[in-house]
Design a protein around this ligand. Structure first.
Ligand SMILES: [Zn+2]
Ligand SMILES: [Zn+2]
Length: 254
């Protein structure tokens, strides 16, 4: 104990903090520079499976479905266009899980920076209206102490120089979408949001962390459009490579 204390006393401030609160990569577990918290190591940031925007559906960001996937051709998407940063797999999946479920709120700022860069690359930075998060449920935000979608949207807004406005609220708690099969997700989230009257006439950039079937993001976009938003673009951090969005209600089952 005495020798350990001796070691501690020889360390300068930041090294001492690192000794007491070592930081590991939230994806691979490797020791990373920095103090406490988490974040990703450099190798994992570099290994993110970036989405090819030119090859993705322009209404739901589904990979390998340009210009419009089958589902977006069949229905009328509630968003004018959509873009995603990474495919929801591998390192990206572990990044999103760490941000959403393991308390690594430190990942929101660098992730939001990547989203803002993607928004710029797609010309989404040219809008004049607010950046709006898809809100998570109150109960889950209370449990983890923060709202991941809101943290991402704040960073995107700051970097694009657009205002951040929380124009959507949850008006009922629903079971987590991740616990439901794809066919039940649209109905599960129907009527889950309410929009502020301030959405009327606005040109909005809707931000969410992960898009699987699109049921949640499209319901949020639909709510903003019904409240009078003139335009809603969608920007997500991660997009699943396989599932198509459910623009239409799933077939009724007996
Ligand atoms: Zn790593
Ligand atoms: Zn699509």
């Amino acid at each position: 104990m005495a020798s350990a204390l001796g070691t501690v006393s020889l360390l300068p401030g930041r090294a001492l903090l690192h000794f007491l609160f070592p930081s590991c990569c939230a994806s691979c577990g490797a020791t990373r520079r920095g103090v406490g918290g988490g974040g990703l190591c450099r190798a994992c940031w570099r290994a993110l499976p970036l989405l090819d925007g030119d090859d993705a559906c322009r209404a739901c960001a589904l990979p390998s479905a340009a210009p419009l996937c089958q589902s977006c051709r069949n229905g009328v998407p509630p968003v004018s266009r959509a873009a995603g940063v990474v495919r929801y797999e591998g390192v990206a999946r572990r990044l999103v899980h760490a941000l959403k479920f393991r308390g690594h709120d430190i990942l929101a700022a660098p992730s939001g920076a990547l989203m803002a860069a993607t928004a710029r690359a797609h010309g989404f930075d040219l809008g004049s209206g607010a950046v709006v998060p898809v809100p998570s449920t109150t109960r889950r935000n209370r449990e983890r102490g923060y709202d991941p979608g809101a943290l991402l949207a704040e960073e995107v807004a700051r970097r694009l120089g657009r205002p951040f406005r929380a124009l959507l609220s949850r008006i009922r708690e629903v079971p987590p979408q991740s616990t439901l099969p794809a066919g039940q997700r649209r109905r599960n989230v129907q009527g889950a949001f309410a929009a502020s009257p301030a959405a009327r006439g606005a040109d909005l950039l809707l931000v969410d962390d992960v898009m699987t079937t699109g049921a949640t993001a499209f319901e949020a976009a639909r709510t903003l459009r019904e409240a009078g938003a003139s335009r809603v673009d969608l920007l997500v951090l991660a997009r699943t490579p396989e599932a198509e969005p459910l623009l239409h209600a799933p077939p009724e089952t007996a």
